[in-house]
Design a protein around this ligand. Sequence first.
Ligand code: GEK
Length: 275
Amino acid sequence: MGLRLGRCHCFCPSKAVNCYATRPFIAGIQTAMSTHRDTLYAKTLGDPGLFTFNSAVVSVFPDMIKRSVPGYGSVIAMTGLLAARHARPGTRIYDLGCSLGASLLSCAEHVETEACELVGIDNSDAMLNQCRANLANELPERKVTLIQADITAVDYENASVCILNYTLQFVPIAQRLPLLKQLRAALSPGDILILSEKLSLEPEAMNDLMVKLHHDFKRAQGYSDLEIANKRQALENVLVPETRDTHKARLLEAGFSHADVWFQCFNFASLVAVA
Ligand code: GEK
């Protein structure tokens, strides 16, 4: 498969094997990005406001996502493997909501994707500016197309791999099916969509357990109860999770032939859908 263990994908200075993100279950490990530790919600009392992807978030984003999303490092690393298996020469690999470029970098590590155009899309200019700098630093030899746009307003074409790692959850529910239909139309039979999301679970008791376990995970990563509560409030109605069955049914409705979960940790899962 041409797997190369190079630098970690999350822009911390560690090598992949030592990277905090690849060992997400080990509590208390100091991140190499300690100078950019996420303390955004540590002092906010009262109304923390709505969460937005602004420059303050960008400056702590690698630390924030690794300490908030259980399994993030594994999903990003395996995204490159999934992409390499399905990437077809002369086509595009789209990363929707590319943030700082972690999934693009994971794809670029695999020789099978070299004959493809890597395209990253994000509507946050702060995020995309830092992404551009990261990729220029990490992949100076490879052209990557970065587009600042709403992912629901892009014309997708000639794709073999589409990646939605923790991004669809921020798109209004009514726009999710039209977006997935567009992506399916840009793919050919056998191509894939990778969809990673925070899930809500059924029944309610199972959802409560997974939410508690997620909060345990965050506490083990050093977040205080106040930070957890404030972040939860800031994300209310901004990040809207759905069930695994809802995602699977929508993927089939969008025209994918089959879809299922390939990774899950607590209430965070990644699905692969085959066109
Ligand atoms: C990673 N995939 O590191 N159009 C474009 N971009 C959007 C939109 C939209 N409608 N909504 C949100 N975004 C990344 C992590 S983060 C997930 C993805 C998180 C962008 C937003 O600006 C942000 O960069 C990204 O989607 C979501 O694997 O922070 O939980």
